[in-house]
Design a protein around this ligand. Structure first.
Ligand code: GLU
Length: 310
């Protein structure tokens, strides 16, 4: 493992330089129109460690739309709030389907395959909406606490864009409600879900906020328990099997880290007992994962021997 963070800084810079021209290999998401307005050439990478070190390169301090990376935090909040009851309503299996697929949900009677596909995240959003009096505020405040940064904000422009183009998510939520697996009113669930997806954070803020998952549930800065060691294990397990959309198998096979990506171009990877990698580059591959972001995590994992399966 990397001991000298100054060497790491140079390594990150070199890696970005080698990837710089590859942004043309992917497509910036445009099904949420606000996301399509972000420059395809933005690119950042940050590594934070549980012993308090940070190395970053490129646009690693520029906020971007965290999108599905928010599903990780929602899951932790829901686990903390309702405990094992959550697993009566959502499964923990890979889906083998695109992230916003509706087909499987009907076959499986409104029980989503896992909490990090859209159906599962909407289910989690329902848990939060029905168990917090102000769930959006609670979510934002959780993010600020984890990142130790009160500047984290909800990007209202992205929120409005998602709301105006959220028919598929609405369909998933209504289908689950028809199976009695959603308690709150659908507009409230969608509003919560789009709000958490619209949070803007930088690679550095995201990497800091996820250190507890690399540290058995404990925030290494404050020594506070964010979740139990068992739940940290469970979240990492779900991220290993399902976090990279329908490319999760290949990601585990070739890289071997619990990870989550979002259609805003962010990728986070947890390195247990060490730290967190976060990358950002908007152009996505056909699975919805950032092309450059995935390459950067792959190079770091390979060169530094980070795979959890070694
Ligand atoms: N807000 C996005 C959606 O629901 C998140 C998708 C993603 O990042 O995977 O479609």
């Amino acid at each position: 493992m990397i001991k000298d963070i100054s060497n790491l800084q140079t390594k990150l810079q070199t890696l970005l330089t080698t990837q710089k021209s590859l942004y043309t290999q992917g497509r910036v998401a445009d099904y949420i129109p606000a996301l399509a307005e972000v420059s395809a050439e933005k690119m950042g990478v940050c590594v934070t460690t549980i012993d308090g070190k940070t190395a970053g390169a490129g646009d690693y301090q520029v906020p971007f739309s965290i999108q599905s990376i928010s599903k990780v935090f929602g899951l932790v909040m829901a686990m903390n709030r309702i405990g094992d009851d959550l697993w009566q309503r959502v499964n923990m299996e890979p889906s083998g389907q695109p992230f916003n697929s509706i087909i499987q949900l009907e076959w499986e009677k409104g029980i989503p395959r896992n909490p990090v596909i859209n159906a599962g995240a909407l289910l989690v959003a329902d848990v939060l909406t029905s168990h917090f009096s102000a769930s959006k505020l609670a979510f934002l405040s959780f993010m600020r606490t984890l990142a130790h940064d009160e500047a984290i904000y909800i990007d209202n422009y992205v929120y409005q864009s998602e709301l105006a183009h959220g028919n598929r998510n609405a369909a998933l939520a209504y289908l689950m409600k028809s199976f009695d697996n959603i308690e709150s009113e659908i507009p409230d669930v969608l509003s919560h879900y789009f709000t958490q997806c619209s949070i803007a954070m930088s690679c550095e803020q995201l990497a800091n906020s996820l250190l507890f998952l690399a540290n058995k549930g404990i925030d290494p800065v404050t020594n506070q328990a964010i979740c139990t060691p068992r739940d940290a294990h469970r979240v990492n397990a779900i991220l290993s099997t399902s976090g990279m959309y329908d490319q999760s198998g290949q990601f585990a096979f070739s890289i071997g880290l619990p990870a989550k990506s979002g259609v805003g171009g962010g990728v986070i990877a947890i390195v247990p007992n060490y730290g967190v990698i976060c990358t950002w580059s908007p152009p996505l591959n056909s699975f919805g994962n950032s092309v450059i972001g995935t390459n950067l995590v792959a190079s770091l994992a390979e060169e530094l021997g980070l795979s959890i399966y070694h």
